[in-house]
Design a protein around this ligand. Structure first.
Ligand code: BGC
Length: 771
């Protein structure tokens, strides 16, 4: 009966959606029948009047172009009144009154800023991440916006690349579940609900594979690597219903993504069945000229033919497509198709019923930076922090005594939000100093800045391009350090708040040297030399090299960039109001020479021996292959131990899942949350497989002394890999199962994959490959 009812509900839903689609098609077809080609091409044009411009061009004469029907959408403005003004020009003054779509880089919160995405991913908590995206959507939609240029789902294995701060790290599975959660959070169930925004998955594709971690650099990788390790999060976001996708700056197989038909049509539309809107990145269409793909008219035709619908800022489509149509370089069908997809996006967002549906002064006044939103940001931030080291239970701190609060980020409003906080107001954020005062009133604080974030003039100048984040003082480094050391001498404990400025990561912020800047390293060494216990609180948009710090400092808490509630959340964790539970989503190298370094690496034919004696192994003469902190790593104030694994059956087959069971115990002195992680290794396959691959994880809350059984269900779908025919396949044979609190420290069991018995003449019960 239950099954029958489910089928009826599904059929009713399908019927309803079909009817909706038919209505939309009719509406859009009627509208398009009235449009001139100029107006159709106008819809393909996305402009920005400034604000968050990330290229050398900013759109000109925007108002007039809107009037003439030569603009389809606008990004970079916020505020219901301002957005309304622009919408009124389109709706009242353009011939066909077609509303504009308004977008913005809503990346980790809108006005209330949440932790940077890399930090958010360290929560390994998709419910929390979906909620953060929901709040961002509510704020952004109250502020006039219908379209968020996120999630960024680019997998990255190179921490020199500044944009790792905007993504979810190195793992395709974790990246996929987070990508889907953000899409659900933004879009809700129905985009006509005015508290939603349309997601824009970016950067399609493989942008995180830039050689040498250098921004906008060449990407070159095998199809197998793409499909198994880099593409899954985009696919997951699309499967979750993402309404739009942004093409990336890089090339793929020698053809820039924005003009790559294999990518934008064969894979995206034909194989993945994506039917939403594809927008270019900021002038990425025009940049195909510099890539060496031809003049503006050639590359615009190339991009349209490849499957690009909307051209961000560069106006290649606007200025060349009409002529290209006359010359037969593009077809009417291609222009119509792109225009239709943009109009459909507007239709889905309810903009034709009410072009002002997301411009609501009352909602804005009530919701932006509300107490509830700030509370959620504080809780989320505390959960994103990763405790990297905590010798002798130095943390949590007592709420009494004297703390020397030292460092250029200890009382620094400008750097709390992190990169891409376009609509965030740094002045509304909470510094670490204020947070400590709020949470531990009785603590006596001795403050000293101690060092500039950086002294290197080139680094300072480049970091400050979008606004002053590093303000070097006229005092000498020695004088600043001396003041800090004097404060430390009088204190019970030193809390050193060090790291990167907000825009030392993010777009156009690759670094060749990912250590803490020298000015601050010198300060830290002087503080350690005082002999006082030192707690290092780190602000960083990427994994850093922390070997010296790990060797010499008592406790290290990685806070990433926590957002608006930074200081409060940090104080919550420092004083034990929240027991840290974050786990790394990206490996921290031991040395820069190991980069790229990632946990799901191959064994090679001469695997690393790790004994320091063997010659002719895949290793280095001068350092170990092991990272400083592995993927999945993160401590707690308590300890968790893992019992042995039991499997419901030693054999797995298609249609015969296996349950993996084990007991996790909190053996320490605090209640806390652990993330149990399950990895597999396929021991024999037709294509070499990584030594570990994350397949499942589960968050478990355990009071002190408590044990809980954790169970995971594995199916043969979880054991699939991409073979040489570029198909996801399950290969029977030996597998290893690992479970632990990080990718290094695990318990393990053997599992045998067998072929399912034939159930019909059509073949086995094996499901179709995933991609
Ligand atoms: C970035 C995108 C961003 C766009 C619009 C580009 O430079 O790569 O991530 O969405 O600018 O601001």
């Amino acid at each position: 009966m239950k099954k029958f009812l489910t089928i009826v509900v599904v059929l009713l839903n399908v019927g309803f959606l079909r009817a909706q689609d038919a209505k939309m098609n009719d509406y859009v077809s009627k509208l398009m029948s009235q449009m001139t080609n100029d107006e159709k091409i106008g819809q393909l044009n996305l402009v920005t009047p400034g604000g968050a411009n990330t290229g050398s061009v900013v759109s000109k004469d925007v108002d007039n172009k809107i009037r003439q029907g030569r603009v389809g959408g606008l990004f970079g403005i916020t505020g219901p009144d301002k957005v309304r003004q622009a919408q009124e020009i389109a709706v009242k003054d353009s011939r066909l009154h077609i509303p504009l779509i308004f977008g913005l880089d809503v990346i980790h919160g809108h006005r209330t800023m949440f932790p940077i995405p890399l930090g958010l991913s360290c929560t390994w908590d998709t419910v929390l991440i979906e909620k953060a995206a929901r709040i961002a959507a509510r704020e952004a939609s109250a502020d006039g916006l219908a379209w968020a240029f996120s999630p960024m789902v680019d997998i990255a294995r190179d921490p020199r690349w500044g944009r790792v701060s905007e993504g979810s790290g190195e793992d395709p599975y974790l990246g996929s579940v987070i990508a889907a959660a953000v899409v659900r959070g933004y879009q809700g169930k129905d985009l006509r609900n005015t508290e939603t925004v349309m997601a824009c998955v970016k950067h399609f594709a493989l942008y995180g594979g830039a050689e040498a971690g250098r921004e906008y650099n060449t990407v070159d990788m095998s199809r197998i690597k793409m499909l198994q390790y880099y593409l899954p999060p985009y696919k997951a976001a699309i499967d979750a219903g993402a309404g739009s996708i942004m093409s990336s700056f890089n090339e793929i197989d020698g053809i820039p993504a924005t003009g790559n038909r294999w990518l934008l049509t064969d894979l995206l539309r034909n194989q993945w069945k994506f039917n939403g809107l594809v927008v270019s990145d900021y002038t990425s269409l025009n940049e195909m000229e510099a890539h060496g793909m031809g003049d503006l008219s050639t590359i615009s035709a190339l991009a349209l033919h490849a499957g690009l619908d909307m051209d961000m800022v560069g106006e290649g489509f606007l200025t060349t497509l009409k002529k290209s149509l006359q010359e037969g370089k593009v077809s009417q069908k291609e222009i119509d198709q792109a225009c239709r997809r943009i109009l459909e996006a507007k239709y889905k967002l309810g903009l034709f019923s009410d072009p002002y549906n997301r411009m609501n002064m009352e909602r804005a006044a009530k919701e932006l930076l509300s107490g509830d939103n700030r509370k959620a940001a504080r809780e989320t931030a505390a959960r994103s922090f990763v405790l990297l080291k905590n010798d002798n239970h130095l943390l949590p701190l007592k709420k009494s005594g004297t703390i020397a609060l030292v460092g250029p980020l200890a009382d620094n409003l400008r750097n709390m939000l992190g990169t891409w906080s376009v609509a965030g107001d740094p002045m509304k954020s909470v510094t670490v100093m204020s947070g400590i005062k709020n949470v531990a009133r009785d603590v006596h604080i001795l403050y000293a800045k101690g060092a500039n974030i950086a002294d290197d003039s080139m680094l300072v100048k480049r970091t400050n391009t979008l606004g002053i984040e590093i303000e070097p003082e006229s005092r000498t480094a020695e004088a600043m350090i001396a003041e800090a050391v004097a404060a430390a001498a009088q204190a019970d404990v030193v809390v050193a708040v060090l790291g990167e400025a907000a825009d030392m990561s993010g777009e156009s912020s690759s670094r060749s040297d990912i250590r803490i800047p020298e000015s601050q390293e010198n300060l830290l060494k002087a503080l350690v030399n005082t002999g006082k216990p030192v707690v290092l609180v780190l602000f960083n948009g990427r994994p850093l090299i922390l070997k010296w710090e790990n060797d010499h400092v008592g406790a290290i808490l990685d806070a990433w960039f926590p957002g608006t509630e930074a200081g409060n959340a940090i104080a919550d964790v420092l004083f034990g109001q929240y027991n840290p539970s974050g786990k790394l989503s990206m490996t921290f190298p031991l040395s820069q020479g190991q980069i790229p370094i990632y946990y799901n690496a191959k064994n090679t034919g001469r695997p690393y021996a790790g004994d320091g004696n063997s010659k002719f192994k895949s290793d280095y003469l001068d350092i170990s292959n092991d990272p400083l902190y592995p993927f999945g790593y993160g401590l707690s104030y308590t300890q968790f131990t893992y019992g042995p694994i039991t499997l419901s059956t030693p054999e797995i087959a298609a249609g015969r899942p296996v349950t993996v069971r084990l007991t996790v115990t909190n053996t320490g002195n605090y209640d806390g949350e652990e993330t149990a992680q399950l990895y597999i290794r396929d021991m024999v396959a037709t294509v070499t497989q990584p030594v570990k691959e994350l397949k499942k994880f589960q968050k478990v809350w355990l009071n002190k002394g408590e044990s809980k059984e954790v169970t995971f269900t594995l199916t043969t779908d979880d054991l699939k890999y991409v073979n040489s025919d570029l198909k996801w396949v399950y290969d029977p044979g030996a597998f290893k199962i690992f479970v632990g609190g990080n990718s290094r420290d695990v318990v393990q069991a053997d599992l045998m994959g067998i072929q399912a018995r034939k159930t019909s003449t059509k073949g086995t019960m094996e499901k179709m490959p995933r991609n």
